[in-house]
Design a protein around this ligand. Sequence first.
Ligand code: CMP
Length: 138
Amino acid sequence: MERTLSIIKPDGVSKGLIGEVIGRFEKAGIKIAAMKMLHMTKDEAKGFYAVHKDKPFFDSLTDFMSSGPIVVMVLEGENVIKKNRELMGATNYKEAEPGTIRADFATDIEKNVVHGSDAPETARTEIAYFFSELEICD
Ligand code: CMP
Protein backbone atom coordinates (compact mmCIF):
# COMPACT_ATOMS: atom_id res chain seq x y z
CA MET A 1 0.00 0.00 0.00
CA GLU A 2 1.38 3.41 -1.00
CA ARG A 3 0.40 7.01 -0.22
CA THR A 4 0.74 10.19 -2.27
CA LEU A 5 -0.19 13.84 -1.89
CA SER A 6 -2.69 15.33 -4.32
CA ILE A 7 -3.54 19.02 -4.58
CA ILE A 8 -6.43 20.54 -6.49
CA LYS A 9 -4.83 23.89 -7.33
CA PRO A 10 -6.56 27.32 -7.17
CA ASP A 11 -7.56 27.11 -10.86
CA GLY A 12 -9.18 23.69 -10.30
CA VAL A 13 -11.11 24.94 -7.26
CA SER A 14 -12.26 28.17 -8.95
CA LYS A 15 -13.42 26.28 -12.07
CA GLY A 16 -15.60 23.99 -9.92
CA LEU A 17 -13.54 20.86 -10.57
CA ILE A 18 -13.28 19.48 -7.01
CA GLY A 19 -16.01 16.86 -7.55
CA GLU A 20 -14.75 15.99 -11.05
CA VAL A 21 -11.19 15.34 -9.83
CA ILE A 22 -12.24 13.38 -6.74
CA GLY A 23 -14.68 11.38 -8.88
CA ARG A 24 -11.85 10.35 -11.20
CA PHE A 25 -9.77 9.17 -8.23
CA GLU A 26 -12.65 7.16 -6.78
CA LYS A 27 -13.59 5.62 -10.14
CA ALA A 28 -9.95 4.50 -10.47
CA GLY A 29 -10.25 2.67 -7.13
CA ILE A 30 -8.04 5.14 -5.24
CA LYS A 31 -8.91 5.69 -1.57
CA ILE A 32 -8.95 9.19 -0.08
CA ALA A 33 -7.31 8.82 3.32
CA ALA A 34 -7.30 12.53 4.28
CA MET A 35 -8.62 15.76 2.80
CA LYS A 36 -8.85 19.48 3.61
CA MET A 37 -9.33 22.85 1.96
CA LEU A 38 -6.96 25.70 2.79
CA HIS A 39 -5.57 28.93 1.40
CA MET A 40 -1.75 29.01 1.52
CA THR A 41 0.20 32.19 2.21
CA LYS A 42 2.98 33.08 -0.22
CA ASP A 43 5.53 31.83 2.33
CA GLU A 44 3.69 28.52 2.76
CA ALA A 45 3.64 28.07 -1.04
CA LYS A 46 7.38 28.86 -1.15
CA GLY A 47 8.01 26.23 1.54
CA PHE A 48 5.99 23.61 -0.33
CA TYR A 49 7.77 24.26 -3.64
CA ALA A 50 11.24 24.89 -2.10
CA VAL A 51 12.73 22.30 -4.46
CA HIS A 52 11.94 24.70 -7.34
CA LYS A 53 13.36 27.81 -5.63
CA ASP A 54 15.98 28.42 -8.33
CA LYS A 55 13.59 27.95 -11.26
CA PRO A 56 12.56 31.00 -13.30
CA PHE A 57 8.89 30.21 -12.65
CA PHE A 58 9.21 30.00 -8.82
CA ASP A 59 7.85 33.48 -8.03
CA SER A 60 4.93 33.17 -10.41
CA LEU A 61 4.16 29.59 -9.26
CA THR A 62 4.09 30.56 -5.58
CA ASP A 63 1.95 33.65 -6.36
CA PHE A 64 -0.51 31.40 -8.18
CA MET A 65 -0.53 28.69 -5.49
CA SER A 66 -1.29 31.31 -2.81
CA SER A 67 -3.91 33.10 -4.94
CA GLY A 68 -6.91 31.10 -3.70
CA PRO A 69 -8.08 28.01 -1.85
CA ILE A 70 -6.71 24.58 -2.67
CA VAL A 71 -7.86 21.07 -1.73
CA VAL A 72 -5.11 18.81 -0.38
CA MET A 73 -5.59 15.06 -0.15
CA VAL A 74 -3.71 11.97 0.87
CA LEU A 75 -4.44 9.25 -1.67
CA GLU A 76 -3.85 5.63 -0.76
CA GLY A 77 -3.64 2.44 -2.81
CA GLU A 78 -1.37 0.07 -4.68
CA ASN A 79 1.01 2.02 -6.98
CA VAL A 80 -0.99 5.16 -6.20
CA ILE A 81 1.90 7.53 -7.03
CA LYS A 82 2.06 6.22 -10.61
CA LYS A 83 -1.74 5.84 -10.93
CA ASN A 84 -2.29 9.43 -9.83
CA ARG A 85 0.34 10.70 -12.26
CA GLU A 86 -1.36 8.77 -15.08
CA LEU A 87 -4.74 10.29 -14.17
CA MET A 88 -3.21 13.80 -14.04
CA GLY A 89 -1.27 13.61 -17.33
CA ALA A 90 1.96 15.47 -18.16
CA THR A 91 2.84 18.74 -16.36
CA ASN A 92 2.52 20.54 -19.68
CA TYR A 93 -1.14 20.04 -20.63
CA LYS A 94 -0.20 20.22 -24.32
CA GLU A 95 1.76 16.98 -23.86
CA ALA A 96 -0.83 15.28 -21.62
CA GLU A 97 -2.60 12.15 -22.91
CA PRO A 98 -6.22 12.71 -24.00
CA GLY A 99 -8.66 11.95 -21.19
CA THR A 100 -6.27 12.97 -18.42
CA ILE A 101 -7.21 15.71 -15.94
CA ARG A 102 -4.66 18.17 -17.33
CA ALA A 103 -5.50 17.46 -20.99
CA ASP A 104 -9.19 17.98 -20.21
CA PHE A 105 -9.00 21.05 -17.95
CA ALA A 106 -5.56 22.77 -17.79
CA THR A 107 -5.10 26.06 -19.60
CA ASP A 108 -1.45 26.77 -18.89
CA ILE A 109 1.75 24.91 -17.91
CA GLU A 110 1.51 26.59 -14.47
CA LYS A 111 -2.27 26.55 -14.00
CA ASN A 112 -2.45 22.81 -14.50
CA VAL A 113 -5.34 21.99 -12.09
CA VAL A 114 -3.61 19.33 -9.98
CA HIS A 115 -0.34 18.43 -8.29
CA GLY A 116 0.80 14.93 -7.38
CA SER A 117 3.95 13.69 -5.65
CA ASP A 118 6.49 12.18 -8.03
CA ALA A 119 8.18 9.53 -5.83
CA PRO A 120 7.79 7.80 -2.42
CA GLU A 121 10.27 10.08 -0.61
CA THR A 122 8.66 13.24 -2.04
CA ALA A 123 5.23 11.85 -1.11
CA ARG A 124 6.31 11.41 2.53
CA THR A 125 7.70 14.98 2.74
CA GLU A 126 4.73 16.53 0.94
CA ILE A 127 2.13 14.66 3.02
CA ALA A 128 3.90 15.73 6.24
CA TYR A 129 3.82 19.37 5.02
CA PHE A 130 0.00 19.38 5.28
CA PHE A 131 -1.07 16.48 7.50
CA SER A 132 -0.19 14.98 10.86
CA GLU A 133 -0.39 11.18 11.11
CA LEU A 134 -3.54 11.63 13.29
CA GLU A 135 -5.38 13.28 10.40
CA ILE A 136 -4.83 10.35 8.02
CA CYS A 137 -7.44 7.56 8.11
CA ASP A 138 -6.18 4.05 7.51
P1 CMP B 1 3.45 20.64 -10.26
O1 CMP B 1 3.23 19.23 -10.62
O2 CMP B 1 2.67 21.22 -9.13
O3 CMP B 1 5.02 20.86 -9.96
C1 CMP B 1 5.67 22.09 -10.12
C2 CMP B 1 4.81 23.10 -10.81
O4 CMP B 1 5.52 24.17 -11.41
C3 CMP B 1 4.10 22.45 -11.98
O5 CMP B 1 3.14 21.55 -11.54
C4 CMP B 1 3.57 23.65 -12.71
O6 CMP B 1 2.43 24.23 -12.07
C5 CMP B 1 4.76 24.59 -12.52
N1 CMP B 1 5.66 24.54 -13.68
C6 CMP B 1 6.44 23.52 -14.10
N2 CMP B 1 7.15 23.87 -15.18
C7 CMP B 1 6.82 25.14 -15.45
C8 CMP B 1 7.20 26.06 -16.46
N3 CMP B 1 8.09 25.73 -17.40
N4 CMP B 1 6.64 27.29 -16.42
C9 CMP B 1 5.76 27.61 -15.46
N5 CMP B 1 5.35 26.78 -14.48
C10 CMP B 1 5.86 25.55 -14.48
